[in-house]
Design a protein. Sequence first.
Length: 278
Amino acid sequence: MDNKEIRFAILPSAGLGTRFLPFTKAVPKVLALAFDRPLIHLAVLEALAAKIENIIIVISEDQESIKHYFAPDPQTEKNMWDKGLGIIAEELKSFREKLNFVYVTQEEQLGLGHAVLSCEQLLVGEPFAVILPDDILINPEPELIRMINGWRQHQGNYVAVEHIRSEDAPNYGVVEIAAHQHNESRFKVIKGMVEKPTIGAAPSDLGVIGRYVLMPNIFDAIKVTSPGAVKEIQLTDAINACIENVATYAYLIEGVRYDCGTPHGLLKASIALSSQSK
Ligand code: G1P
């Protein structure tokens, strides 16, 4: 593999968003506002900052509004300037000028691994990033840029991690770090990964958060991955199955991660983004 660029990002967005009911009866969760921009807008902004050109959004059948959000609309951008929203209008303009959007419909929500697999035909031989719009990362230098820089030096599969509380392990993929890797570097070799371990069974306190850089042979691994935790086809299990053959790294983020999978987390992210924008 001599491809030295990450040109594609998958943004899985088809989740049911049950924790955001009744809002998600009518609106996809990824269109919820984190302060002044929808979650998915922030995810695309991060991809753009990392010089990714192709955005693949995995949607469900009733999520046409996500396509509508990114449809080119210079008139709305002009109106936004008139309302003092010029910075966000410029972002929308750069999305339509610099990015290619592709939508993949996931007919059944069978898990994150399944969502990624549904993009296989668009990614023949291409390494790619995965950005979970639920997770907002705030850091002066986007963490995804750092992950991709690491990937350029040593290709392999990368997952972003942060320190988690032991009682929260059942909500995360948790990584096991190679013994000699407990050092100062933010990049650590992974020996194993487990999705949603029970409390006490987690191999470390490093939980996977929603940024990945993956090699294209992950698709073959997902295809033979059986439903695992919460009876879903788990991306963590597929990455774990590749560890013998593909160098696999955790990248410990430097900034702060907000879990916007709950209204409370979204509120905290909104407050952080609002104070940042002053
Ligand atoms: C997904 C991943 C999990 C990861 C988490 C981060 O889980 O499967 O490994 O730790 O995102 O947000 P989910 O939140 O969809 O249950």
